[in-house]
Design a protein around this ligand. Structure first.
Ligand SMILES: NC(=O)c1ccc[n+]([C@@H]2O[C@H](COP(=O)([O-])OP(=O)(O)OC[C@H]3O[C@@H](n4cnc5c(N)ncnc54)[C@H](OP(=O)(O)O)[C@@H]3O)[C@@H](O)[C@H]2O)c1
Length: 348
């Protein structure tokens, strides 16, 4: 085995011990010292630099996600790391290289051991925080825009929660790809005034008024794809703003409400509604070839500054409770992230 880069004397991890929403978060999670298991030949020990806090992490902590691990578990789906040590059969990664763990769960930890095949090398001179946000939301935006419908020139896309991280990536990718996009946000301060594009402030409650505002922007050109992060009545409003045969893709459940769609839209206007989960898309055999192109494309776009996500605040791992409370607040200006023990050594 090849040696570690300077190691953390006492690596720590966050642990979830209960997902009962009736108990205060302070009783449901803890930060504890972890052990350092030996490496198998194909494994790599990584030191986390920065980790993102996703709505999926919060849903899971409340027992409401598509995958619920057994308790206790270490949470966290997304982050960036540095290689500390490689197993005897890992020849193509060196200690000190920066990597994205893809499809790895439990990254809210100073260190973890993963299979080599789960790591994608990334440049060591790029911004650590941007890299920590690259795996989930930009990939979601990419697949939603590129692989749900085949868009013809002058066909429009509309999205709600357009100031979320997924929404921000969707805006940047749509601008890059020349896709006309309408961005719906629920409060005027969320409109990115320094950006062009079409913005609507709408609370999602009145389908007719959204439909009217959309029509004024598109002047009757077809709106063929609606990207819905909210659910509830907001789904109905987005569906109503689509053209006949349009597709509504529900990819988030931010409202926590059942998705409501008018029967009129489903029956007479043939609006097609489908759910989307990135994990399912990546694991579907039909998407194997397309899936291989996603991260190389995103990394190239991040290097060209096409993709850039806003950050609200970065917390120490030991302050995870405060970080979780902050990330659950409405009206943030960007993502809340956690620092791993190796953050200081690698910040660019
Ligand atoms: N299906 C998938 O594979 C997949 C993958 C990635 C993400 N997602 C989902 O995508 C969504 C966005 O994730 P993110 O990380 O980009 O979010 P984020 O950056 O944390 O932003 C949260 C957004 O949600 C809005 N919001 C929160 N509660 C809302 C409500 N009740 N009604 C309307 N808007 C609400 C916020 O608006 P304000 O700024 O006004 O508070 C903000 O725009 C989440 O639901 C997430 O689970 C799904």
């Amino acid at each position: 085995m090849r040696p570690m880069t300077p190691e953390t004397p006492h690596p720590h991890a966050v642990e979830v011990v209960s997902t009962s929403p009736d108990r205060p978060m302070a009783e449901r999670i803890r930060v504890l010292e972890t052990t350092r298991p030996a490496l198998a030949p194909t494994q790599v020990r990584i030191g986390m630099l920065a980790m993102n806090i996703l709505p999926a992490d919060l849903l899971q902590m409340n027992g409401q996600y598509g995958h619920q691990p057994e308790l206790p578990y270490v949470p966290g789906h997304e982050g960036v790391a540095v290689v500390l040590e490689t197993g005897s059969e890992v020849a193509d990664l060196q200690p000190g290289e920066r990597v994205l763990p893809i499809g790895v769960f439990g990254v809210w930890s100073d260190e973890l051991v993963v299979q080599r095949r789960s790591l994608v090398p990334v440049p060591s001179d790029a911004n650590v925080l941007q890299q920590a946000m690259l795996a989930a939301n930009p990939a979601t935006a990419w697949v939603l825009l590129q692989h749900q419908v085949t868009l013809q020139p002058d066909q429009w896309v509309i999205q709600n929660a357009a100031n979320s991280a997924v929404g921000q990536c969707t805006r940047q990718l749509a601008a890059h790809l020349g896709i006309p996009l309408i961005n719906v946000v629920r409060r005027p301060e969320a409109v990115a005034s320094d950006e062009g594009g079409h913005w609507l402030v709408h609370d999602g409650q009145d389908p007719d008024s959204l439909q009217h505002s959309v029509h004024q922007i598109t002047q009757g050109e077809p709106v063929v794809l609606g990207l819905d992060a909210i659910g509830g009545k907001a789904s109905q409003a987005l569906a109503a703003s689509l053209s006949p045969q349009g597709r509504l893709v529900l990819y988030g459940l931010l409202s926590g409400e059942p998705c409501s769609i008018s029967a009129h839209d489903l029956i007479f206007r043939n609006i097609n509604v489908q759910g989307f989960w990135l994990a399912n898309w990546f694991s579907h055999p039909d998407n194997r070839q397309k899936a291989k192109t996603v991260y190389p494309a995103l990394m190239a776009l991040a290097a060209q500054n096409v993709l850039r996500m806003s950050v609200e605040k970065v917390y120490e791992l030991s302050d995870v409770l405060e970080a979780i409370a902050h990330s659950a607040q409405a009206g943030r200006q960007g993502k809340v992230l956690l620092k791993g023990a190796h953050f200081q050594s690698q910040q660019a």
